[in-house]
Design a protein around this ligand. Structure first.
Ligand SMILES: Cc1ncc(COP(=O)(O)O)c(C=O)c1O
Length: 418
């Protein structure tokens, strides 16, 4: 375990990824441990968005759809994200939100899984999955019939993959605890049971290694505003294995997913491949910002890419966990201790004071978040988080607890976003 602040500073001095931090605007006096919720602003983004607004929109006007390549940006940014999750060029597009993309792929997966096996109607997922995933599944199943089967522990998944299971719907890295599934093993198990798998990569893309092709996965969606640093409300991404991509007309049949949008035909003909998962006009300003964000992650490629980021992320969470456990015995580790099962976050639980402690930390400039009912959540983005940040954050946490700072009334008033 790293025991002194100087040890942490020495790790930073020896860190080959340290220069990547220069890509970001980081406010003075802030230790940002919430990049798993909203990534940090890349330095390149304001200039690029200004260029899109002033030159491409302001001067180019509608010509920019062709001249500036706006119309192909969902595919071009999609190809870049594909490099981070093991998708091949032309297989992944940026579109809509994670929630909406989930609706599209879950519809497709349910239709495909029940082909020739009409009794396969159910979706198996975890009660701890991100709520939007469960809500979307619930709504779809209300229309189609079939049950949403929720398990309470990862070990309970396999027994539920029976002849009624159409789709296994999982989030790779749990939003609350950071627990990470074995994506390849669970995909294999679902296939052996005759089911398809939908993976939510919201807390994975840009943070942990994912190889969708090597895992032979079926469908995946993910988020642009977390580890991809695309900015608040950045568009999301959707990937479908090429063996499925042409087989289903996803239900949101919009003109951007048409084979020839500018023929303006009255009837829908889906584009081939992943392009049919596009729906409406892409949000260009947000896409341009996401492009800059994805570039900040790709900038790690010459330095070892995702494997190097993962190694640093594990070292950061190890340091933080070790230090917090040594200083704050009243908190219980809620993330897996096993590196292989932990994403890029480190979370602790406390039954009553988790929320005010997080608020007191934020007042000190240490920004993590609270996830109901009892989780203090800290995300570690190795692109810009330093070892000394992990060390200092643990020291602040100790100070907040030891001094009773969290008891102050202003830290106990619940805000809309926690
Ligand atoms: C795992 C997971 N899935 C889905 C979502 C929802 O994403 P969106 O609100 O962009 O649709 C989130 C948002 O935080 C998430 O963490």
């Amino acid at each position: 375990m790293t025991t002194t602040r100087d040890d942490a500073l020495a790790l930073d001095a020896a860190d080959p990824l340290a220069p990547l931090r220069e890509q970001f605007v980081l406010p003075d006096g802030v230790i940002y441990l919430d990049g798993n919720s909203l990534g940090v602003l890349p330095r390149a983004t304001p200039g690029r968005v200004r260029e899109v607004v002033e030159a491409e929109w302001g001067q180019g006007l509608i010509r920019s759809w062709n001249d500036a390549g706006w119309i192909t940006l969902p595919q071009r940014v999609g190809d870049k994200i594909g490099r981070l999750v093991g998708a091949r060029p032309g297989e992944l597009v940026v579109a809509d939100s994670t929630s909406v993309n989930l609706f599209k792929v879950l519809s497709a997966a349910l239709a495909l899984a029940s082909e020739g096996e009409p009794q396969r109607l159910d979706v198996v997922s975890e009660r701890s999955n991100f709520p939007t995933d469960l809500y979307i599944a619930e709504a779809l199943l209300r229309e189609r019939g079939g049950r949403l089967v929720l398990v309470d522990a990862p070990e309970a998944i396999l027994p539920r993959l029976d002849g009624h299971c159409a789709v296994l719907l999982l989030t790779h890295v749990n939003y609350r605890t950071g627990r990470m599934h074995d994506l390849a093993a669970l995909t294999r198990a679902a296939h052996e049971a005759g089911a398809l798998v939908v993976w939510d990569l919201a807390h994975s893309a840009g943070a942990v290694p994912v190889d969708l092709h090597a895992a032979n996965a079926d469908f995946a969606v993910g988020c642009g505003y977390k580890y991809l640093n695309g900015g608040p409300g950045a568009p999301a991404f959707v990937w479908v294995h090429p063996r499925h991509a042409d087989r289903f007309r996803q239900p949101l049949a919009g003109w951007m997913g048409h084979a020839s949008p500018f023929e303006f035909e009255p009837g829908y003909r889906p584009a081939s491949g992943i392009a049919r998962y596009l729906v409406g006009t892409p949000p260009l300003l947000s896409l341009a910002a996401l492009d800059c964000g994805v570039d900040t992650v790709l900038a790690a490629e010459p330095l070892g890419g995702i494997a190097a980021l993962r190694a640093k992320s594990l070292a950061l969470t190890q340091l933080f966990i070790g230090h917090v456990e040594a200083l704050c015995p009243q908190l219980e580790l809620a993330s897996p201790r096993d590196d292989a099962a932990r994403g890029s976050q480190a979370c602790f639980a406390h039954p009553s004071m988790a929320y005010p402690v997080v608020q007191a930390l934020i007042a000190r400039g240490v920004i993590g978040d609270f996830r109901a009912p009892d989780i203090l959540r800290f995300g570690f983005t190795p692109l810009y988080t330093r070892f000394v940040d992990a060390w200092d954050a643990a020291a602040h946490l100790h100070a907040v607890l030891a001094g009773g700072e969290w008891r102050r009334p202003e830290f106990n008033r619940r805000q809309a976003v926690t």
